[in-house]
Design a protein around this ligand. Sequence first.
Ligand code: ZN
Length: 314
Amino acid sequence: MSQISRENALRLIRVTIFEFHRDVMIPLNSNIHLYDRERNADAMRLHERFHDFSAAVQDIYSTMSTAMEELEEWDNSKLSQFLNLCRDISELYDLPIHEEMPDGEVLEVGNEEEGGGITWEIEEGEEDITQNDVEIARAEGYRIMNSGTEAGRRFRELHNSQDAVSIKFKNSGKSSISKVGRKSTVKININESDFYDGEDPPVATDLGATLVHEISGHAYRIYQGTEPFHNKDEKEDGVISLFKSEQIAVAMENEYRSFKGLNQRTKYRGKDSLFPMYWDMPIYERQENKWYAYLPIFDDRYRYTAGEKKEFNP
Ligand SMILES: [Zn+2]
């Protein structure tokens, strides 16, 4: 039994419809679909509830982003009922959104807005990104915040604070972060899927992991005022600050990668012109809920030289 904000309810419903369409309706042709319905009483009941619920769902379902506005007109009680149905569907079909669904029945959808410390927008001039893409990314943000990880706790802290991070989505290039005072602007390539250099087994870019790296890692410390590399006045220890910064950001990222069952990053590649080398990064051990990294010992070029793995506190 829980209460949930209207904003979050709308998002969970939108993503459920999107994922149901993508993962169930598109892959299953009508014969398999019928077979599924005949064989699975729960599936049949849910389908009927889903289709009977509202003609608006059918419209939304077929035209996705354009008809999404109809949901906005539903009252809170109708949203609560439909969200409960979405939760059941997401569980039955093991949709990714299920991990973010509230436990138990949603008794009430409230009107209060959730923390606005993080804003989610399309970068100006990016015409190939839709609002629906941004909603899917924002759903990943909720998945991070509900993941039970330290990365999620830090993400939520910024989400609940004021004017902490502006996320702008773009369609090419690397992700980056800049700051003014305590506020960060994070530019994220929403379609990035490259593999990181120097990793074996391979480690692919992941939108959620990138959000965690930039926000739970860098933006969190910028907001706290403890991120020296991004504070130009305190740059005297240059490369070592960058190294520590990246170790912490990758520690957060690796914890979330572990949560998602993705390979972790063991290396970080410094900027080619200055320090073309791979730095060892902290690995998260789920069973112990701890990170381990090599001691940050460097020679005169800040290259890793020696040391044993020690517990790392990000
Ligand atoms: Zn970084």
